[in-house]
Design a protein. Structure first.
Length: 286
């Protein structure tokens, strides 16, 4: 496994893109088995797997956890070597975010919804750095987790709208035995909060099941499940950031009276100071 910390080192270590199929897994470090699943997927798709580790300051707003976001470089490098990673890119903030930089990517209207409401500018920052990584690596493809469905949708939209020659694939969320989605932020949870956190995916799953059971019924009855879930989460001790049902094709909120055949149940909650996100696919029941 080779490690590059600058653009110049990266250029010397990357294989020729025309002869070797390179796949990229962008991360912010503090790696866990969810990242490992993305790496394994990249290995199944290509011949050369590159992983970037960069805690992106552009995607953190005022008062968010940029300074306390876990940074575990030594452990991450051991993890990546054990997973058979070919190349790791570890740039400094000054290397990839130039001082005084003015040009960024706009995530568009969908980037201002859901997570974009409580984290204004978050997705602009995500897309700006992902686009830079795509330019630097010129990969055949990149793998992102489906835990952040909004992020995945926006990256795929950017690739489509800007005519980028990169395949962007989503990989199913990797979960703990009790259903909690693996996340670097889970380490913030106290032991009591960690037990409580298992209720989050359980309530989402219950709502998704009920959505299918109500197929063909009054759309308002199905859409009321959104508010029912929000109340259930609050009752379970979570502070709800948002609960929404989003059209899979447009990512706009589903408000009725028409119910699209494919949708997502999306939610973000706080448990103590820790913010958790998760989602479920909603079946039309037909």
């Amino acid at each position: 496994m080779r490690v590059a910390r600058s653009f110049s080192e990266l250029r010397t270590l990357l294989p020729p893109s025309r002869t070797v199929r390179t796949w990229l897994v962008p991360t912010m470090g503090a790696l866990h088995d969810g990242h490992g699943a993305l790496i394994d997927r990249a290995k199944s798709e290509g011949e050369f797997v590159a992983v970037s580790i960069f805690v992106n300051p552009l995607q953190f707003g005022p008062g968010e956890d940029l300074d306390r976001y876990p940074r575990t470089e030594a452990e991450d490098l051991d993890f990546l070597e054990g997973r058979g990673t070919d190349l790791v890119f570890l740039p400094s903030a000054g290397e990839i975010v130039p001082p005084g930089g003015q040009v960024t990517v706009s995530a568009g209207p969908a980037g201002k919804l859901y997570c974009g409401v409580s984290r204004p500018g978050h997705f602009d920052g995500v897309l700006t750095i992902v686009l830079k990584l795509f330019h630097l690596f010129s990969p055949e493809g990149a793998i992102f987790g489906e835990k952040d469905r909004q992020q995945l949708f926006l990256i795929q939209t950017m690739v489509r709208d800007l005519n980028l020659s990169v395949r962007v694939l989503g990989h199913p969320t990797v979960r703990e035995p009790d259903g909690l989605a693996l996340s670097s932020r889970n380490r913030y949870l106290s032991p009591e909060e960690r037990k409580q956190a298992a209720l989050f995916p359980s309530l989402l799953e219950r709502t998704a099941t009920r959505w299918s059971e109500l197929a063909g019924r009054d759309p308002e009855e199905r859409l009321a499940l959104r508010d029912d879930l929000s109340r259930s989460l609050e009752g379970a001790g979570f502070r709800v950031d948002y609960v929404t049902i989003a059209d899979r094709q447009t990512f706009l909120p589903v408000t009725g009276p028409e119910i699209p055949p494919q949708a997502f149940l999306l939610a973000a909650v706080f448990l103590g100071k820790t913010r958790l996100i998760d989602n479920r696919e909603l079946s039309s029941g037909v």
